[in-house]
Design a protein around this ligand. Structure first.
Ligand SMILES: [Zn+2]
Length: 101
């Protein structure tokens, strides 16, 4: 699998697993330039909001008339949105406050 581009040194250095696990609280480090990076919080938040909105609508539909197709649809929506977040949300460099500034 291809590696993701580091936002700091522009090299394809970030392994997919590291991107998947990285958050702004626990960023991963670029093996080349040591920059702390994580998937952009704002875009992840937007996609997650859209995901929960769609899933909520499916749940309401399932309450009105339950069908396993709706349950399957909800699972597919969650899988697709998580994949979109994983593949398309860009990595950003964590801005650390420099000591003494
Ligand atoms: Zn780098």
């Amino acid at each position: 699998m291809r590696r993701f581009t580091c936002p700091s040194c522009r090299e394809s250095t970030i392994p997919p697993g590291a991107k998947f696990a990285a958050t702004s609280f626990a960023p991963t480090r670029c093996p080349q330039c040591q920059a702390p990076v994580y998937p952009s919080g704002k875009k992840t938040y937007l996609l997650r909001s859209l995901e929960s909105l769609i899933v909520t609508m499916i749940v309401i539909l399932a309450l009105i008339e339950f069908s396993w197709r709706l349950v399957a649809l909800a699972v597919v929506v969650i899988a697709v949105m998580e994949t979109l977040i994983f593949l398309f949300v860009p990595l950003v460099r964590l801005k650390l406050r420099e000591p003494g500034l």
